[in-house]
Design a protein around this ligand. Sequence first.
Ligand code: SF4
Length: 357
Amino acid sequence: MNPAFFSKNVVRWYQSNKRDLPWRRTTDPYKIWLSEIMLQQTRVSQAEPYYKEVVKKYPTIFKLAAAKEQDILRLWQGLGYYSRARNMLKCAQSIVRDYKGKFPQSAVELKRLSGIGDYTAAAIASIAFNEHVAVVDGNVYRVLARTFGRTEDIALPSGRKSFQELANTVIANTDPGTYNQAIMEFGALQCTPKAPDCSGCPLQTGCVAFAQKMVEQLPIKSRKPKVRNRFIYYLLLRDQDKLIVQKRQNDDIWKGLVDFPSIESKVKLKKNEIADRLASHFKLRKINHLKALVSEEYKHALTHQMLHVRFVEVTVSGSLKEIGSRIKGARVVNFRQLDKLPKPALIVRYLDKRSLS
Ligand code: SF4
């Protein structure tokens, strides 16, 4: 396919099919940046209410930079991939401190900031500052592979480099911000991973994959990332409306969020082993199996991880504070206070199911 034909038709398609989204009505780099961070690995419908909430609560980068991390994490609750929220705050603070509150204008400079990778830098630089730098992600690989009939393997660095070069050629003679948004939207709505709408597609006449009946096969991606299973067992110690919570310190997906004391195992534990292991880890007297409530398994899928989680709920009378003082990072709160703290979605699911929130 001719690159000029491709870009002209993708942009034309975009003008009449694009969704009316709040971040499409602005070229303010602050708002573009917020939307791009929230849209990473997240569907538009899920990100949109969070975007509106952040813009309402923190209308400028100065307001955001002055926010507390716990408040940002609470606002982010349910959106997942919490390192985005922590990096967002760090990035805002750095822009206020080092750039007097003004976003750097090139993709190269933007990439030096926390949480901004190739894709996000290209999106901000092109949409807010008209730089000719192409966004490349799963949507773009798919659309370019199909329309141009490209069979390079996107699991390999050489394949990704080749697509980046093609993307840079295609964007050359366009309005870069509009073109980048157009190809993303085209991939999201028209040339979708499954059942693309080829019959109503304006690119069909030049589409190599369509002509060669290769739509389902492209793009080629050889290696599938391995999914790591993690088995997490929570100990929920309660005394009426009070319970022990713990702020996660470890440098992992939920750093800074609040959950319950827990242990992690490399293998799935049997139901009768869980309470014993928890009791021994937290130096508690043997947990009475009959009185402990062991939940069913909750599963939570992340990009490269599958979490298998069970909760053990134990009622302790009078000794909550003393037990809490022996657990690092733990404190006693009531359910009303817990509601205001940032928690992983899985914890919210459990509390809702048990009608404890
Ligand atoms: S014809 Fe089908 S495969 Fe080709 S660009 Fe259009 S939707 Fe995608």
